[in-house]
Ligand binder design. Structure first.
Ligand code: PAF
Length: 280
């Protein structure tokens, strides 16, 4: 595996792969890799000849007071895991390399509406930061296919919309969420949890599963959501939202709608904001 820090060097390495006729899969990450990321890499390997991974903690997608500074940076360990997983190129740019003129005046890419609901409502500007950096990374790597985790289901939906709206010739693949044995969705932010919080955390997934059962039993989405919020409070979470949405466009589910639904949730546990979602 070759580790590359500059955009021109990465472009040259990609050109060399292209000259050999290689199909390229791309997995963008913020590092601190866990089994969920490695599943994305495995999926990428199955769909192309060469896998490119980026590690970049993108300041543009963190709000004021969020965890940009404390976000875990474990690049040496990450690089060893990616080399072992058979990744061809690791792109590790600095903030200055990606935002040479600063962030304030940087051109933004925005997917309206979808970026303002659910997590976008409590993290204003977050998804604009994501779509902007992913567009930049796509323009640098120019992959045939890119793999994202379904754990960030709203992010995946927004990126699918962006690729479609901007006619980007890139196939997006969503990879199912990897879970710990007790059901907790794998996330770099799980490392923030205290032992006591870690014991409570799988309650988020269990709450989603109970909501799915209630929906399947014919309960109205609004009632399912209200009961799930109550359950999260009782477990010790501070819930942000639990919402039953149409899987394709994240529109609200209507009473009696069955199939093609997704239940999404976000909740705080101490200082940690956890998100999860399941197919309904
Ligand atoms: O999902 C993530 O880790 C990030 O949002 C992404 C897609 C790498 C963009 O910074």
């Amino acid at each position: 595996m070759q580790t590359i820090h500059s955009i021109p060097d990465l472009r040259a390495a990609i050109r060399a792969l292209r000259a050999k006729g290689k199909r390229i899969a791309f997995v963008p990450t913020m590092g601190n890799l866990h089994a969920g990321h490695l599943a994305l890499v495995e999926r990428a390997k199955r769909s192309a000849d060469a896998v490119v991974v980026s590690i970049f903690v993108n300041p543009l997608q963190f709000g004021a007071g969020e965890d940009f500074d404390s976000y875990p940076r474990t690049e040496e360990r990450d690089a060893a895991l990616l080399a072992e997983a058979g990744v061809r190129l690791l792109f590790l740019p600095s903030v200055e390399a990606l935002y040479p003129h600063g962030q304030a005046g940087c051109t933004r890419v925005m997917v309206p509406e979808l970026s303002d609901i659910l997590c976008g409502a409590s993290r204003p500007g977050h998804f604009v930061g994501v779509t902007t950096v992913v567009t930049k990374l796509f323009n640098i790597v120019m992959p045939d296919v890119a793999v994202f985790g379904e754990k960030d289901y709203q992010q995946l939906t927004i990126l699918r919309r962006m690729v479609r709206d901007l006619d980007m010739p890139i196939e997006l693949i969503g990879q199912p969420t990897e879970r710990e044995a007790d059901g907790l969705a794998m996330s770099s932010r799980n490392g923030y949890l205290s032992a006591e919080e870690r014991a409570i955390a799988p309650g988020l997934y269990r709450t989603l599963c109970a909501a799915r059962e209630a929906l399947r039993a014919g309960q109205a989405p609004a009632l399912v959501e209200a009961e799930a919020i109550e359950r999260l409070h009782a477990l010790g979470f501070v819930p942000d939202y639990v919402s039953v949405r149409r899987a394709g466009d994240l529109a609200h589910a209507v009473v009696g709608e069955a199939g093609g639904l997704r239940i999404l949730a976000a909740a705080r546990l101490g200082r940690t904001r956890l998100i999860d979602n399941i197919e309904a």
